[in-house]
Write a protein that binds this ligand. Structure first.
Ligand SMILES: [Zn+2]
Length: 409
């Protein structure tokens, strides 16, 4: 039997263990403090216990201090499978935290009690991100049982705090000197398509801005005595519409192919009809193609605001609410090619590289120079009531990961 058949047979034999592990992980609601939870410590303990019992060894603990949770730290766990050589580690990063169940009446069962219906596992977290997490564990286990040593180190990283900004997860870890090396590569099994073909390699820069237009409040019956901030702000939001024409480059990697500039939130101004507002506050959500210089975009937005200041006699303050950019992973990077081969072999589909408009944890790794792919064969039930994970997907993903871990062998 060749290696591929051996691994396939081993993965197929793991159904009961997969269900048991999913059950134990689902039973621990790992919610961030800002979601009313106590963090991931208990889930990390359960997971580390499983890894030890499976004979995969002890995890290295890489906690991040967070005084809001009992114990004062958020757990991050690292399990290393030594390779035949010590360079170019392959990272597989999944997250332990989950989002709250949301409206309980929309669930057909208790979100934190695993339900198995045929090939369908149901519960909060079973897909996001336990599918990827359990796949990586099963892949490592099958390699071990097959007596296979990967050509290079494999690092299974289980992080905290993905759902609420990653400050205590990957953002804390990339600051640790020497943990990651620029020659490393990473797979983040946390997003994908139903046929398993989608491989995410890039994201648009995110720029969220808050605009505060300052005029002068007065009685609405004597508008000449004030400056209407709402009216000036309305002109500003229309003028910002010109951004789409100025930054009109297209990149077919993304959907949509263009940079987007979308006015979104509006703060309340005066509570009554007969007061002319002296302040107007709104927000712009911009998703900018990686080729654009975000500093230049910001400078241009500032010049649009200056025009409104001159024309209406108002002041306009811009506050950056969020700003992130990361270099794309090259579409011909070795990890992309290796993943395409594995996906084709396991699922019979051609991988297609895509870019996304939303931010992902992959960006934190790309920022420190690590080629990173985000992939999984997913039903896209994340964050939904009755979240589910299909066992054939979890097992197929485990096989893909096992192939990646073994490289070209
Ligand atoms: Zn996730």
């Amino acid at each position: 039997m060749d290696t591929r058949d051996t691994l396939r047979k081993l993965v197929e034999g793991k159904r009961d263990q997969i269900i048991a592990l999913q059950k134990d992980l689902t039973a621990v609601p790992a919610l961030a403090p800002q979601n009313g939870g106590t963090g991931e410590a208990e889930k990390a303990r359960v997971l580390a216990g499983w890894l030890t019992r499976l004979g995969l060894g002890a995890c290295e603990s890489l906690p991040a201090a967070d005084p809001r949770v009992p114990g004062g730290e958020r757990p991050n766990l690292l399990l290393t499978l030594p390779g035949r050589s010590s360079d170019r580690s392959l990272w597989i990063m999944s997250h332990m935290d989950v989002v709250p169940p949301g409206e309980l009446s929309l669930w057909e069962s208790d979100p934190f009690t695993l339900v198995v219906k045929g090939d369908r596992l149901i519960g909060r977290g079973v897909e996001d991100n336990q599918q990827g997490l359990v796949s990586s564990v099963i892949a490592a286990l099958c390699l071990k049982e097959a007596g296979l040593v990967p050509p290079r180190p494999v690092k299974l990283l289980f992080v905290a705090d993905e759902e609420t900004g990653s400050e205590f997860g990957i953002q804390a870890l990339v600051k640790r000197p020497g943990l990651f090396r620029p020659t490393d590569e990473a797979l983040v099994p946390d997003s994908g398509s139903e046929d398993g073909s989608q491989i995410e390699i890039a994201e648009k820069s995110i720029l969220w801005l808050r605009f505060r237009v300052r005029g002068k409040q007065c009685h609405a019956s004597t508008p000449q005595k004030g400056i209407n901030a709402f009216e000036a702000g309305s002109h500003l939001v229309v003028r910002l519409g010109s951004l789409a024409q100025r930054y009109d480059a297209r990149d077919p990697l993304f959907d949509p192919e263009v940079s987007t500039f979308t006015p979104t939130k509006k703060e309340a101004n005066v509570p009554n009809v007969n007061t002319m507002p002296g302040e107007d506050v709104f927000y712009l959500d911009s998703r900018v193609l990686p080729r654009e210089d975000v500093d230049e975009v910001l400078a241009h937005i500032r010049s649009i605001c200056d025009g409104v200041q001159r024309d209406f006699g108002v002041g306009v303050d811009i506050q950056t609410v969020q700003r992130t950019s990361s270099p794309p992973t090259a579409s011909d990077a070795p990890i992309v090619a290796a993943l395409k081969r594995a996906v084709k072999e396991v699922y019979g589909v051609d991988g297609r590289t895509v870019g996304v408009g939303g931010g992902t944890v992959g960006a934190f790794l790309r920022k420190i120079g690590i080629p990173t792919v985000i992939w999984g064969k997913l039903g896209n039930a994340a964050h939904q009531p009755n979240e589910f994970c299909l066992l054939p997907n979890l097992m197929g993903d485990a096989l893909v990961m096992a192939r990646l871990m073994m490289g070209e062998d």
